[in-house]
Design a protein around this ligand. Structure first.
Ligand SMILES: [Zn+2]
Length: 480
């Protein structure tokens, strides 16, 4: 959103009556603008960074084609420099917290506990991304001085620094430094050849210096195998995983065989479709892919169900589908009415908070758990969005928190464990819907509000229409 006035950097461009205070005039008078900005950043801290971000966001987009591309490159440098400084800050924060905990005798076995989660919250990312950022930051800021300096002087990007850090993080310190020197001796060849070439070069040197790590890597690949299935959008799921090479090679061979068989037999499906169908049949045993029995929870308004209204229905944990599609899904089950369980949900007027539920079919085991999962839909840590694996007490039971709807929330396993970090406090707070506040070990506060349930779309659309009536949206020709 555009602001009415740009913030000014105090002490630099504030006009003094009768004096030309433009950057050009100040430069002519011997003032170093860069030094002035640096001094401002040092004294005003995070507030100054926010002012700069606003100013950067309003930088004029003009000039020649060359100027525009030049500016794109300059912004990349700005992003990289900012990311590198974030890495330095994350490390400094970790050092200070670890030192405090060690001197206090708290969490001595793992004094870094919860710091990655705090980093994730402030970066608005899932916990695992914050932990990974902290790990890479340690390597870049502490162990790789040449790489860190190269980001600072625009020789490489922060993304390239991350590739270097990932490639050498398991090596001995002296070998990390040696590879760094090799990289920058050969620079810019190593960094101009693309990410894959950079990774290959680092891997090649790592094998030369510490060949024994290859066996270790194989063991880690085996131990770290995983398969994740998660929602990609309202109609598709993504299957994602990492497996040892021999697993992957075996899977590839089988899929290639099935694809080849299908095509030889005149199968009209594409190779990708054949592979997806074979994968499904192998995993589930389903051979009739059009009529599979899958248990789904479907949340819809009475209007959508009985009178054909158009409000989308919700599949908790997966997202919204159209009203038509939800009715078709239900119609498909009418032949087996025992498969249908109707549960009436009650939402608070206005905000749509789930306030009660009532089963009309049978007693639901774990009703409270189901209620919380339905209300929260995803892990309630801001930015996480992970699948709910555990029902958590917002205020821990050990601290007197009751097992009530108000004090329970859905969490992924790692977020549920993170809240036991020293100084980490969570509490429920009043909100438009169920709300909780997270106060991290450093004192930063974040609020999490339960997502909307169906029943609010019409009110929301009405509000948007009202806004447009007051502030009409400009037509394309108006903009021109
Ligand atoms: Zn989580």
């Amino acid at each position: 959103m555009a602001t009415t006035s740009s913030p000014q950097i105090p002490g630099t461009l504030c006009a003094v009556p009768g004096e030309d205070a433009s950057s050009t005039a100040l430069t002519q008078r011997g003032v170093e603008i860069g030094a002035l900005v640096a001094e401002y950043l040092a004294t005003a801290g995070a507030a100054a960074l926010r002012v700069l971000a606003t100013v950067v966001n309003e930088t004029p987009i003009e000039g020649t084609a060359f100027d525009r591309v030049e500016a794109l490159g300059a912004f990349e440098y700005l992003k990289s420099a900012a990311s590198a400084r974030q890495a330095d800050l994350a490390c400094a924060h970790e050092d200070a917290v670890v030192a405090t905990r060690k001197s206090a005798g708290v969490r001595e076995k793992n004094p870094s506990w919860g710091i990655g989660a705090e980093v994730a919250l402030v970066l608005r990312q899932p916990r695992c991304s914050g932990v990974e950022f902290l790990h890479l930051s340690r390597v870049i800021s502490r162990d790789l001085p040449l790489t860190r300096a190269a980001v600072g002087d625009d020789t490489i990007t922060f993304h390239q620094a991350e590739i270097v850090a990932r490639g050498v993080r398991h090596l001995k310190k002296e070998n990390q430094r040696l590879i760094e020197e090799l990289l920058f001796t050969d620079c810019p060849l190593c960094f101009s050849g693309g990410d894959a070439l950079l990774r290959e070069s680092i891997h090649q040197w790592a094998l030369l210096l510490e060949p024994e790590l290859e066996e270790d890597s194989e063991q880690k690949a085996r131990a770290g195998r995983y398969l994740h299935v998660y929602r990609f959008d309202a109609y598709r799921m993504r299957i994602d995983g990492l497996v040892p090479v021999e697993y992957g090679a075996a899977i590839l061979q089988v899929l290639a065989r099935e694809e080849g068989r299908g095509q030889a037999a005149g199968d009209e499906r594409t190779r990708g479709q054949i592979a997806a169908d074979y994968f499904l049949t192998s995993m589930t045993g389903f051979t009739d892919h059009e009529n599979m029995r899958v248990r789904l929870n479907l949340v819809m308004t009475e209007g959508t169900f009985f009178t054909g209204e158009g409000e989308p229905a919700l599949i908790p944990g997966f997202g919204y589908i159209s009203a038509d599609r939800s009715r078709k899904l239900l119609l498909g089950t009418w032949q087996n009415p025992e498969d249908i369980e109707v549960v009436r949900l009650y939402t608070a007027p206005g905000a749509g908070d789930l306030v009660a539920m009532d089963s009309k079919a049978r007693v639901i085991s774990g009703k409270l758990k189901w209620f919380v999962m339905l209300r929260d839909q995803h892990c309630r840590t801001p930015g996480c969005n992970g699948l709910i694996r555990e029902i958590d007490h917002v205020v821990q039971a050990a601290r007197g928190g009751p097992s009530s709807v108000e004090n329970l929330d859905g969490r992924c396993r790692s977020c549920n464990a993170t809240k036991e970090s020293p100084g980490w406090v969570e509490e429920t707070v009043p909100g438009v819907r169920h709300a909780l506040r997270v106060t991290t070990s450093s004192g930063q506060m974040y609020e999490s509000v339960a997502p909307r349930l169906p029943g609010l779309v019409e009110q929301l659309l009405w509000r948007l229409n009202a806004d447009r009536a007051v502030h009409p949206v400009a037509k394309d020709h108006d903009k021109a």
